[in-house]
Each structure stands twice: as C-alpha cells, then as structure tokens.
Design a protein around this ligand. Structure first.
Ligand code: NAP
Length: 285
C-alpha cells in the first residue's frame, strides 16, 4: 500500500493509474502535478487525485511513490526538479513508451542512475488524452513492462510491480534495448503508418470524397492517427534508431508487395496475404 502517491502528468496514463489505485484502496493520498489548471480541475472533479499542484519539487518531497507520466521528451526537465528533494525511501518510476532515452535523461538530470528509479511502460492506452480520458480499469489484464537497470534496487522494483498488480496488470521485465526494439515494431511503426496514411489521403484533392466513402476497415486501421501529436513527436525522436530500422524493414517488404502487384504475381500475393492472415489470426486468438 502507498501512503502518498505523486503523479506528474495527470493525463490518460497517469490519471488512469491514479484512478485505478484509488478504487483498489491501494493509496491513501494522491497528488497530481501539472501545468494546465483546467486539466487538474478535471482530475480533481473526477476524483482521480486528492490534491493538485504546479510545483514538482514540493510535491515529490513528501511522496513515497512518484510516477512520471508526461511526454517522454519532458523527462529530463521534470527529473531535474527531484535533485535533493526525494525522501530517502521514496521510489520513482515512469510510464514512457521509450525506455533508453528516459534512462539517459534521468542519468543526465541527476548525474547518475539512482537505485530507487524503476523504468516502466504499461502496454495499454487509447487514442484519447488528458484527465477527462482516464479510466479506472485501463490496466486490467494488460501487460506492464519494467526495464530495471544494473543500478536498480530489487526492493524498488518489487514496490513498482506491486503497484501495477494492484490495478490488475501483469508485470514482466526485459532489458531496455529489447523493449525499444520490440515497441518500435509493434507500436511505433503502426502509428507512423496510420498518421502517414491519413495525412497523405487528407492532402489529396479528392480527400473529402475519399473519407466520405471510407468504411470500417479504414476506421479500424487509422484509429491511432487520432493520438496526441506531441506525444508521438517525442516517441519518434527518442526511439529514432529502432524506429528507422523498423521502417526500413517494412519499406523493403512493401516494395516486394508492390513488385508482386506490378508483375501480376498471383502466387506471391496469395503467399504474402496467407502468411499475414495466419500470423494475425494466431495473435488475435
Ligand atoms: P496525456 O493524456 O497527454 O497526458 C500527459 C500529461 O503530461 C498531460 O496531462 C500534461 O499535463 C503533462 N505534460 C505534458 N507536457 C508536459 C511537460 N512538458 N512537462 C510536464 N508535464 C507535461 O498523455 P498520455 O497518453 O497519458 O501519455 C503520457 C505518457 O505515457 C507518455 O510518455 C507516453 O509515451 C506514455 N504512454 C502512452 C500511452 C498511450 O496509449 N497514450 C500508452 C503507454 C504509455 P499538463 O499539460 O497539465 O502539464
């Protein structure tokens, strides 16, 4: 059980965690930290947090558990305000979609990697953002990946694991580099495809007509293009190398598909589609 939880960035991810932990009776007091007064007012009104603050330094100094849930690119600037402020037994973690960059930013902010820092990433979310989008059961049955470092205290890892289990998540551990490579392929690349496709079609002359006749498949495929642009700007730039590699692999496979169409290669097309169908059916079921 957490006595005082501090959530920095009370949006979809941080707000949902706070809400789930409060519902589970797992924390006594939640302080939400943010810059936007309207978002914090929404968080208070919806009962996600007990107290709102604009002051990171003051809020972390009384907390037992601190969760950084702001966009990845803000990590260094947030953590710089922790220096010399945390209680000796406080633990801090994050929810960023990229782990290597977050670790480097924490190291740069504090001049080293502290034993009480546990990098984390819940594999859950929606295309909506802000405290208004938070839902208490967002993490139920979903995976949370923790990427502890050589410096990380196992006791700190155990406390972060217990927090995520309290909201119904399954917790796994993996190395930072593996996390960033896998997520580049399974999450970051699909977001690039969705954003890229919708943008490309929207800029075509007949875009209104194209969207008017778009059916369910188009809606399913492009749902994630409604995600927050600032968050995705940061994810691309902070997982640059792994994402560029995933994009290059995909581009090569797309060229193969294009070639099969150009050459009228029925067998190649059937092979590609059958392989994809089998893989997706297996993954979904
Ligand atoms: P969100 O709903 O937009 O919430 C982010 C919150 O961070 C906002 O409420 C904002 O509050 C605060 N914030 C924004 N910029 C900041 C800055 N420069 N400094 C300090 N605070 C800032 O976004 P989210 O979807 O919860 O994403 C938060 C984190 O979770 C990101 O790192 C993302 O990579 C990760 N994540 C997202 C998903 C997803 O599906 N959405 C899934 C897994 C992980 P104020 O404007 O009031 O400061």
């Amino acid at each position: 059980m957490i006595d005082r939880l501090c959530v920095i960035g009370v949006g979809l991810i941080g707000g949902s965690l706070a809400m789930g932990l409060r519902r589970a009776g797992y924390c006594r007091h939640v302080v939400g930290v943010g810059r936007n007064p309207d978002n914090l007012a929404t968080a208070l009104a919806r009962g996600l947090i007990d107290e709102a603050s604009h002051d990171i330094g003051a809020s972390v100094s009384a907390a037992d558990m601190i969760v950084i849930a702001a966009p990845v690119g803000a990590t260094r600037q947030v953590v710089e305000q922790f220096a010399g402020r945390l209680k000796p037994d406080a633990v801090f973690t994050d929810v960023g979609s990229v782990k290597g960059s977050v670790v480097r930013q924490v190291e740069a902010a504090l001049g080293g990697l502290p034993a009480n820092f546990v990098p984390g990433h819940p594999i859950a979310g929606t295309e909506n953002s802000g405290a208004a989008a938070a839902v208490a059961d967002l993490y139920r049955g979903r995976r949370v990946l923790l990427t502890p470092l050589a410096e990380t205290d196992p006791e700190a890892v155990a406390r972060v694991e217990a927090m995520w289990r309290a909201v119904g998540a399954e917790v796994e551990q993996m190395p930072v580099e593996r996390h960033d490579r896998i997520l580049a392929a399974t999450s970051h690349l699909p977001h690039m495809l969705a954003f890229g496709l919708v943008d490309s079609l929207a800029r075509q002359e007949a875009s209104e007509e194209i969207f008017r006749y778009a059916a369910g498949g188009f809606r399913d495929f492009t749902r994630i293009a409604s995600s927050d642009p600032v968050m995705w700007r940061d994810i691309c730039l902070h997982n640059r190398d792994a994402l560029l590699l995933a994009m290059a692999n995909y581009q090569a496979d797309l060229d193969e598909l294009k070639k099969a169409i150009e050459q009228g290669d029925e067998a190649a097309l059937e092979t590609i589609f059958s392989r994809a169908k089998k893989a997706r059916d297996g993954f979904v079921h």
